[in-house]
Design a protein around this ligand. Sequence first.
Ligand SMILES: Cc1cc2nc3c(=O)[nH]c(=O)nc-3n(C[C@H](O)[C@H](O)[C@H](O)COP(=O)(O)OP(=O)(O)OC[C@H]3O[C@@H](n4cnc5c(N)ncnc54)[C@H](O)[C@@H]3O)c2cc1C
Length: 548
Amino acid sequence: MKTFSYRDRESTLDSLENRQYDVVIVGGGITGVGIALDCVTRGLKTILIEMQDFAAGTSSRSTKLVHGGLRYLKQFEVGMVAEVGKEREVVYRNAPHVTHPEWMLLPIYKKGTFGKYSTSVGLKVYDFLAGVKKKERRKMLNRNQTLQREPLLRGKGLMGSGYYVEYRTDDARLTIEVAKKAAELGADLINYAKAESFTYDSNGKVNGLYFQDVLTGAKHCLKGERVVNATGPWVESVIDLDCKIEGKSLFHSKGVHIVIDSSKFPLRQAVYFDTPDRRMVFAIPRNGKTYIGTTDTEYKGDLQHPTATEKDRRYLLECIHFMFPDVQVGLGDIESTWAGVRPLIRQEGKGPSEISRKDEVWTSATGLITIAGGKLTGYRKMAETVTDLLCKQLSAEGVHCKGSVTKELRLSGGDFHDPENYYRFVQEESRNLEKLGVSLEDATSIAAQYGTNSRVIAGLIDRVQPLSPLPLSIKLILQYAIEYELVMTPVDFFMRRTGTVFFDMEWVHKWKEDITIYMAECMGWNVEDRINYKKALEESIRESVESN
Ligand SMILES: Cc1cc2nc3c(=O)[nH]c(=O)nc-3n(C[C@H](O)[C@H](O)[C@H](O)COP(=O)(O)OP(=O)(O)OC[C@H]3O[C@@H](n4cnc5c(N)ncnc54)[C@H](O)[C@@H]3O)c2cc1C
């Protein structure tokens, strides 16, 4: 049976020459994998290539919220709030293991961005537009209630707060779960495969591409009826491989987050707050850490390696000191950081924070379809729009396309009839994993993070390497990542399958050696591969820890 592993990657690469696809997608962030899933469920022969690992671009570097975009209400983007707000419920229903409701405080200060009345009305409109369910509708809190929820908030000038629900996610895992579902349903998805040039038919229409296997250097050709460019911040560089589209361009804006241990910043409650320069940032507690972000500044650097500068770090520390004056943290307390590049559609005369986060579909004269802009939260709807367009074009050429089903389609690991069943499942399944010898804490974390796939993980008990000194819980998730999540390098595992480079650097340092050895033995790396992959991991750790 086909799984989603390095072995399948190889056999897919070997069989490409004889295949003709309906749709070729370039870019394996949330936008590309979303399109792959929608296309394959419509019955289209689909392939996706990604030049790094899945989600290695912006889709592992966001604020990690599946949210309705309250901030866009301030800019009167009513349609966007309504659509994205409704989509977050769809994401939650289809993947409760990677989407968790998180109550958020929006403190109200004298002379702050929002007054009491405007917050109350704004949140109510938000509830209405986003179709928020009853138990998650906003509450207004007075000053005392607010300080009870979060005692670290600045007391001076505090008048109360709005209290409303956002959904916390793991952006990279969400992307992987979508990719896995697409693969399960028959799409081919290859990471470390870079599109280098397009091929054209006799009428000048794009009908495929050449790409390079970044891991081996081998070149391959792909043939497809349609080609989609879903490369986020890179969409213009991929358009440049084809032909320019007049009047369309991107604006790159960098957003940085910093992570501080909760012993230094013991935030109890997620807060969305005003900054001294009248922007808004999030502070969110997560597994013993607090993360804060984001910045929003024009970016012209290396798209593959955006990093947090000392200026970015100082800015976010200033924001903490402004809103949480008793928290004494400095540069040395920042444990890790991440920086992402927003692929915004340029709007002349507007600064980074003012530009709309909407998405657009551009079609070039050669037929290349580009999807630009957008948000993680709205990925499914964006995918539906692009696939509708593809189906319209392909149906005219006799290709049969079914209707979209992704609104109701459970993502990999999200096979719950009702998302509320998830919590009971985690309890039951963690007991099963415990019986195999996994500690209750680790068992709960596996069941919570992998949802219904934790049963597959438990089934790997006889396949893990008995002689490895790694704890059983790590062997199981690593074996799963190797056999079912197309992990190719240690960086993939630490950054995008577990997120530990961002949230648990101690764990990374403790296990990086043994995990690399385990992967090398399983995947048959030679000494050179092993050295190179170790180096790449050290470089990723350095990027996350040090400032440039
Ligand atoms: C700081 C920050 C915070 C954010 N917070 C949120 C949030 O909380 N909630 C939310 O909904 N949205 C948020 N967003 C927006 C969201 O993260 C992005 O809209 C989304 O991740 C973009 O996904 P994408 O797939 O379009 O791009 P990417 O994830 O960047 O994927 C594009 C992929 O294309 C690949 N690629 C490029 N060129 C080639 C090529 N030649 N061949 C093959 N592959 C190629 C790249 O390697 C990359 O992986 C945030 C963004 C930022 C920067």
